[in-house]
Design a binder for this molecule. Structure first.
Ligand code: PLP
Length: 378
């Protein structure tokens, strides 16, 4: 059975050209970049060349690009590094409750350590509509919400810039997908390799030149003392290639995926299953979140539906997150006002250039049959 992958917001397969670069780098660059001999110097050169390429693609300076192990590490570094740089002052942050757990759990930890957090409210579709009067040290917001696709409004970003407070943006679901439109000027930005057909286990933290930030790791002087530890050169080279390819293809991919999103939205509305969209129409077309059978009187088991789709070859995600071994309704869906049931019966499908209209039609057909079968068993 050919599987149909509709979970690109979770991760993406490695692009064949990225794979080629990784294989070549593993084979040809065995040295440690900190060694002063020829083998070491060659690796160091390749890392700096990759950093320059990435900086040029992102419109930043090479010295502003720090390689990390993941966007989770990048976010932790920005939020905790700022905290440590400000001690013993009370550190203040502004964010929202629909952020990724990498941000929310880090902020919870920092709150336990004495920080103060202002959480701005969000609308029915997870959009921040205004920034409160409170002044803070560091703001942290996602450009694109990974569960529902909501995009940080330009007007809100402009208001943050006017405040002259530091800004960290989580750009994971935006890079190579939507136009960054000025967001790339933020003081800190986190990106991840594996969401753009690059390697897993590599991320970037962009740090504006001259910004004070304590490192999380201590040891060697790698990454200009921003992040100790021997660099993963093959992942760095692979990441540079993945960013290049995703930005080259961004416009075409965006148009293709927008078409798929429109197609699936109208096909789902044609089904007799009371489907409600949890994603805004003006959000990222790469992510569509919806609740099946959205009335409590007409319940369907979301987990069972995911498993039914899985058994038919479809990889999709749901509105729950596995926390401490049990499935909890998604904090994002709860924050935008869904009931426990509506969150648990939510599905997230997320697209890529490789998905086709036929795959979408087949998904809608199988979804329809699976729901009918489940309802006939109740
Ligand atoms: N931020 C967002 C918006 C994400 O979607 C993800 C991954 O799901 C992360 C952060 C964490 O990225 P990583 O897997 O590189 O740690």
């Amino acid at each position: 059975m050919n599987r149909i992958y509709l979970d690109h917001a979770a991760t993406t397969p490695i692009h064949p050209k990225v794979q080629e670069v990784i294989n070549r780098t593993i084979h040809n660059f065995p040295g440690n970049p900190s060694s002063i001999h020829d083998d070491g110097r060659k690796v160091k050169f390749l890392i700096e060349e990759s950093r320059e390429k990435i900086a040029a693609l992102l419109g930043r300076e090479p010295a502003e690009i720090v390689f990390t192990s993941s966007a989770t590490e990048s976010i932790n570094t920005a939020l905790k590094g700022y905290f440590f740089s400000q001690l013993p002052k009370t550190v203040t942050y502004r964010s929202s409750k629909v952020e990724h757990h990498a941000t929310l759990h880090t902020l919870n930890y920092l709150q336990e350590k004495g920080s103060q957090i202002v959480f701005e409210p969000v609308s029915q579709f997870g959009e921040i509509s205004k920034i409160s009067e409170a002044s803070v040290g560091l703001n942290s917001f996602m450009i694109v919400n990974n569960e529902i696709g909501t995009i940080l409004p330009q007007g809100i970003f402009a208001q943050l810039l006017d405040r002259h407070e530091l800004i960290h943006l989580d750009g994971v679901q935006a890079l190579g997908k939507i136009d960054l439109l000025g967001f790339e000027t933020a003081d800190f930005i986190s990106f991840s390799g594996h969401k753009i057909n690059g390697p897993k286990g590599i991320g970037i933290l962009v740090i504006k030149s001259g910004t004070e930030l304590e490192p999380l790791f201590h040891g060697g002087s790698q990454e200009r003392n921003r992040r100790a530890g021997t660099e993963s050169v093959y992942q760095i080279a692979g990441l540079a290639e993945a960013i290049k390819i995703s930005l080259e293809n961004q416009k075409n991919t965006f148009e293709h995926v927008s078409g798929l999103n429109r197609l699936v939205r109208s096909a789902l509305l044609g089904l007799p299953h009371n489907i409600n969209f949890n994603s805004p129409e003006n959000g990222s077309p790469f992510i569509l979140n919806f609740t099946v059978s959205s009335h409590d009187a007409d319940k369907i088991d979301g987990e069972a539906l995911i498993m039914a789709l899985d058994s038919k070859g479809f990889s999709v995600s749901n509105g729950s997150a596995c926390a401490s071994g049990s499935f909890e309704p998604s904090h994002v869906l709860m924050e935008i006002g869904l009931t426990d049931y509506q969150a648990q019966a939510a599905l997230r499908i997320s697209f890529a250039e490789s998905n086709t209209a036929e795959e979408i039609e087949s998904f809608v057909d199988v979804l329809d049959k699976s729901i009918k079968r489940m309802k006939s068993l109740i």
